[in-house]
Design a binder for this molecule. Structure first.
Ligand code: 9YT
Length: 130
């Protein structure tokens, strides 16, 4: 069993900071769960264009408010506490935070730890050892 405490890990090397967001990676690839699990803070006013071409991601909004724009359709969905979105088609999207948002995020395949977005808004593919 793995037991971890966000309150301790938020100031550790598991915290990754980037433009408009910070993320504490509570479960990573080397935990061998088949997914990674992060608590991500999206700062107020942030506008993040993302395209996880190599990962599926589900995101649950714990607090804050904003919106997600599906770049395939142009449709904008409001995001409030209690809502989840799942990028089941590796959907290109823009996430906007009107107020700081706290999100619980799951990635499949799991990220390894230090990933930040590349210029296309993706993380690199999982490297499987042979
Ligand atoms: C909600 C979202 O996708 N934010 C970007 C950071 C990402 N969730 C991460 O690496 O934890």
């Amino acid at each position: 069993m793995i037991i971890r405490d966000y309150n301790l890990l938020k100031e550790s090397e598991r915290r990754v900071d980037s433009d408009g967001w910070t993320s504490v990676r509570l479960l990573l690839e080397d935990d061998q769960m088949g997914f990674s699990f992060h608590i991500t803070t999206i700062y107020e006013g942030a506008e993040l264009k993302m395209h996880y071409r190599h990962h599926l991601e589900s995101v649950y909004c714990i607090s804050g408010e904003g919106s997600i724009e599906d770049l395939a359709t142009g449709k904008v969905h409001e995001i409030r506490p209690g809502m989840v979105y799942a990028l089941d088609k590796n959907d290109r999207h823009i996430l906007r935070a009107r107020r700081e948002m706290t999100m619980a995020c799951v990635f499949n395949p799991p990220v390894t730890g230090r990933e930040v977005h590349d210029e296309s808004g993706a993380y690199p593919p999982q490297v499987v050892a042979s």
